[in-house]
Design a protein around this ligand. Structure first.
Ligand code: FE2
Length: 254
């Protein structure tokens, strides 16, 4: 059972799939690449993309019904990629945001690409007090994190988790980004790998390719760790912290 926790497979909601045909093609591609479950994470930032929960649930029902009728064995679960903004806590209280697989715990949070907003820590603290755990989407694509990985470590120490993109792991976006991504992984600053698939060509489901790459480049224990954590999101069970991976890694090399 391979789970992808971040992608834009639901059509007509954001810059991901544009038509139902693309959604179906993406579903077939996910299956072809060995993925059985995906958490659909349409963008929601109340500025560029407005996707209230009802709109997402309706689309999800429509697509899941169609997949079943066409015997495509992919299960799509609800989620959102939430662009961080100052009013996020109010919208959480108003039930305007969807946690990953309706876990009421894990929230996929997108930071701006250039910097970490000054209110990030304060908002993450408030989320924590409400029982939520923020997962920083494609952490490697934030310039401030790339320059200062200790800032990511700081947010993780505060209780956040981090996801990197499969394409960055395998080097599809260049050697430099790949190097940074692998460095974050090796420093145990990453808890999930996800595809962030938007289509079937330029941004596809590269997840299993990334796992295979890590098996060869680092160790099978990394891919097992990431696979297990994604599974925990679907099962609603606690994820394994990177600290435990560190211990496991130490044990491995004794
Ligand atoms: Fe995304």
């Amino acid at each position: 059972m391979v789970v992808d926790i971040h992608n834009h497979i639901l059509y007509g909601l954001d810059d991901g799939a544009t038509t139902l045909t693309t959604t179906i093609d993406m579903a077939k591609k996910a299956i072809e690449f060995g993925i059985s479950h995906v958490v659909a994470t349409p963008h929601q930032d109340f500025k560029n993309y407005y996707n209230p929960p009802t709109k997402i649930y309706e689309k999800l029902d429509e697509v899941n019904r169609l997949l079943k009728s066409e015997n495509i064995p992919l299960t799509i679960c609800p989620g959102m990629e939430i662009g961080l903004y100052e009013g996020i806590i109010k919208d959480l209280e108003r039930n305007q945001l969807i946690s990953l697989n309706d876990s009421h715990k894990y929230l996929l949070i997108e930071l701006p690409s250039e910097y970490i907003p000054h209110y990030t820590e304060e908002i993450f603290e408030k989320m924590k007090s409400m029982g939520y755990v923020p997962i920083i989407a494609h952490a490697e694509r934030n310039a401030e994190i790339r320059r200062h990985p200790t800032k990511l470590l700081h947010l993780i120490n505060q209780g956040a988790l981090a996801q990197v993109t499969a394409a960055s792991v395998i080097g599809l976006w260049g050697h430099r980004l790949q190097k940074v991504t692998l460095s974050l992984i090796k420093q145990n600053l990453v808890h999930f790998i996800a595809s962030d698939a938007h289509n079937t060509s330029s941004r596809s489901f590269d997840l299993v390719c990334a796992y295979t790459f890590l098996d060869k480049k680092l160790s099978i224990h990394y891919s097992n760790y990431f696979k297990e954590n994604a599974l925990h999101i679907i099962k609603g069970t606690p994820i394994i912290s990177a600290v435990k991976l560190q211990k496991r890694k130490k044990l491995l090399f004794i």
